[in-house]
Each structure stands twice: as structure tokens, then as C-alpha cells.
Design a protein around this ligand. Structure first.
Ligand SMILES: Cc1cc2nc3c(=O)[nH]c(=O)nc-3n(C[C@H](O)[C@H](O)[C@H](O)COP(=O)(O)O)c2cc1C
Length: 163
């Protein structure tokens, strides 16, 4: 199958955040069997996530508010990309931030890295005062969402194609 011109050998891929960055599950699942690994969200600096409790069982499943805990782009580039590249699977990196500039920084840092696709988390941008309104705007309405993603796309295209 093909997504945005990238060929995947099958459509099986974990939802971002449910599979760590691949390494955590590699003892249980052969990553070579997956169409792609979608990583947990990565931000330009490390995020601790929300204080506990952040996972709760309910009668019909569970609810969670992990808060996009992640080690930041430096560790991700040094540790996770080389690990994932050992496997015959596509690598889709989920990016997150508190501002448009944050996202752009992650996109720029990922330029030249051996990854196949970006996925932007805009459903729960970290609401950091005084910018928390931006988080609401981008996830709630199409225009800021389109404008922001246009910026990421042009930065990505520039870094990928060199033009
Ligand atoms: C523990 C946990 C962590 C998650 N972390 C992320 C994340 O880092 N980035 C992201 O975009 N989505 C994250 N998600 C959301 C999932 O990728 C997915 O969108 C969500 O579970 C809904 O999937 P469903 O529609 O198949 O139920 C997380 C979900 C869970 C349960």
C-alpha cells in the first residue's frame, strides 16, 4: 500500500504512543513484520509528561493523560532512529510542540535523518501559558491548522529536496 507516495509493505502500524519508539516492544513483536513503526511524539526539548495518576481503568477500557512524555529530539536522533533503521520497516515520526516554532524546530532537526514520514500531533499540543490558546485554536479550527501544517510541509520539502 502507499501513503503520500511512500510504499508500505502492509498497512499494520501501531498508533503513536502505544508502542514507545519501537525498542520497548522489539522483544515481543518482530518489527520487520510491520508496515511502519509510528513513534511516540517527540518534542524539541525533553518533556516529563503529566504527574501521576495518568492512566485510569474504566468499565469499557481506560483513559489516559500521559502528557506526551518524551526524551526530546536529541536523544531520539541519537538513540531511536539508528535502532529503528536496523529493521525492514518504514519509520513514521510523530512530532509535538507547544508553538508552531517548536514543531518547526523538530522538523528541521529531523532533516537529513533516515526517516520516511512525519505525523504531527495537533490534537493535544502542550498548553503552556501564555500560549495555551494556540493549542486550542490549532486543534479546534481548520484555518490555523492548515497554516501551521503548510509551514511544516515547506520546511520539510526544503530539507528533503534541498530547494
Ligand atoms: C498511552 C497512549 C499514549 C499516546 N501517545 C501519543 C503520542 O505520543 N502522540 C500522539 O499523536 N498520539 C498519542 N496517543 C494517541 C494514539 O496514537 C491514538 O490516536 C489514540 O489512542 C486513538 O486511537 P483509536 O482511534 O484507534 O482508538 C496515545 C495513546 C495512548 C493510549
Amino acid at each position: 500500500m502507499e501513503i503520500a507516495g511512500i510504499r508500505l509493505k502492509n498497512p499494520v502500524m501501531p498508533a503513536s504512543g502505544t508502542f514507545g519508539s519501537g525498542q520497548e516492544y522489539s522483544g515481543f513483536v518482530d518489527l520487520n513484520q510491520l508496515g511502519a513503526v509510528v513513534t511516540k511524539g517527540v518534542s524539541c526539548v525533553p518533556w516529563e509528561g503529566n504527574p501521576a495518576p495518568r492512566i485510569m481503568e474504566t468499565a469499557s477500557g481506560m483513559i489516559n493523560a500521559v502528557g506526551l512524555q518524551n526524551p526530546g529530539i536529541d536523544v531520539f536522533i541519537e538513540r531511536d532512529i539508528p535502532f529503528l533503521r536496523q529493521f525492514d520497516t518504514k519509520v513514521i515520526v510523530n512530532i509535538c510542540g507547544s508553538t508552531v516554532a517548536d514543531y518547526l524546530e523538530v522538523v528541521e532537526r529531523l532533516s537529513g535523518q533516515e526517516i520516511d514520514m512525519l505525523e504531527a500531533n495537533i490534537s493535544c499540543p502542550k498548553p503552556v501559558p501564555p500560549r495555551w490558546r494556540w493549542g486550542r485554536r490549532i486543534s479546534g479550527t481548520p484555518v490555523p491548522c492548515r497554516r501551521s501544517s503548510a509551514g511544516w510541509k515547506s520546511t520539510w520539502r526544503k530539507t528533503v529536496s534541498g530547494t
